[in-house]
Ligand binder design. Structure first.
Ligand code: CDP
Length: 209
C-alpha cells in the first residue's frame, strides 16, 4: 500500500504520516526534509538559495541521507539544523527550482520502487510524485491552528509564526514548478478541530476499513 499525503506547513502531516506508517509497519518518507537538506547543503557552501544555477550545481554534488530520525548532508549531521530559521527561510527558493525538484522527485520515486509500500508526505506527492498512490490525502488546518501547533512544538510568538507560515504557503502555492494544490482525487482532512489521534484513526480507517 502506498499512501501519499500533501498539505501546507504545520498541518500535522509529518506526525500523522509517521504514526500511520508505524501502525502499518511500513516506512515513512518526509520529502520536506529532503528540500531542507539540500537547503542546508547550499547554505553550508555559502551559496544564496535564490541563485538557481549555483543551487542546481550543488544539488547534484550533495551526498544526502534523509532518514526518519537522522538527516546527514555530506557527512554532517543536519537533523536539527534543517529545522532552524536559516533553512526555513531559504527552503522555498530551493523548492521553487525545477531542476532541484526533478532530482528529488526521482529519488522519492526510487524510494517507493525499492520498498513497494510506504507513507510519503510533502507538497506535490498526490499531484506529481505519486499520482497513482493507493490513498491520496490532503491534510490541512486553519492558519491559526497551524501556527499554534508550531509554537507548541518549537516555541516562538504565535503571530510571527502565523505570518511566516502564511508567507511560505503563499510561495509554495504560487510557484511555477509543482505548486501546492489539492488534487481532484485527494481526500481533504481538515484537522483544525481534530487531535492527532483522531486524524491517525481516520486515516487507518480509510486504509483498513
Ligand atoms: O514541516 P513544514 O510544514 O514546515 O515543511 P516541510 O514539509 O519540512 O517542507 C519545507 C518546504 O519544502 C516547503 O515549504 C516547500 O517549499 C518544500 N517542499 C516542496 O516543495 N515539496 C515537497 N514535496 C515537500 C516540501
Amino acid at each position: 500500500m502506498i499512501i501519499a499525503i500533501d498539505g501546507p506547513a504545520g498541518a500535522g502531516k509529518s506526525t500523522v504520516a509517521r504514526r500511520v506508517a508505524a501502525e502499518l509497519g511500513v516506512d515513512y518518507l518526509d520529502t520536506g526534509a529532503m528540500y531542507r537538506a539540500v537547503t542546508f547543503g547550499v547554505l553550508a557552501r555559502e551559496i544564496d538559495p535564490a541563485d538557481a544555477r549555483a543551487v542546481i550545481e550543488v544539488c547534484g554534488q550533495l551526498e544526502l541521507d534523509v532518514g526518519v530520525d537522522r538527516v546527514v548532508v555530506d557527512g554532517v549531521d543536519a537533523t536539527s539544523a534543517i529545522r532552524g530559521p536559516e533553512v526555513t527561510s531559504g527552503v522555498s527558493s530551493v523548492a521553487a527550482n525545477p531542476e532541484v525538484r526533478s532530482i528529488l522527485v526521482e529519488l522519492q520515486r526510487a524510494w517507493v520502487r525499492n520498498r513497494g509500500a510506504g507513507v510519503v508526505e510533502g507538497r506535490d506527492i498526490t499531484t506529481v510524485v505519486l499520482p497513482d498512490a493507493d490513498l491520496k490525502l490532503f491534510v490541512t488546518a486553519s492558519p491559526r491552528v497551524r501556527a499554534e501547533r508550531r509554537v507548541a512544538e518549537s516555541g516562538g510568538d504565535v503571530d510571527a509564526v502565523e505570518a511566516s507560515i502564511a508567507e511560505r504557503d503563499r510561495r509554495d502555492e504560487t510557484r511555477e514548478a509543482s505548486p501546492l494544490s489539492i488534487s481532484a482525487e485527494a481526500i481533504v482532512i481538515d484537522t483544525s478541530e481534530m487531535s492527532i489521534d483522531d486524524v491517525v484513526a481516520d486515516v487507518l480507517w480509510r486504509v483498513q476499513g
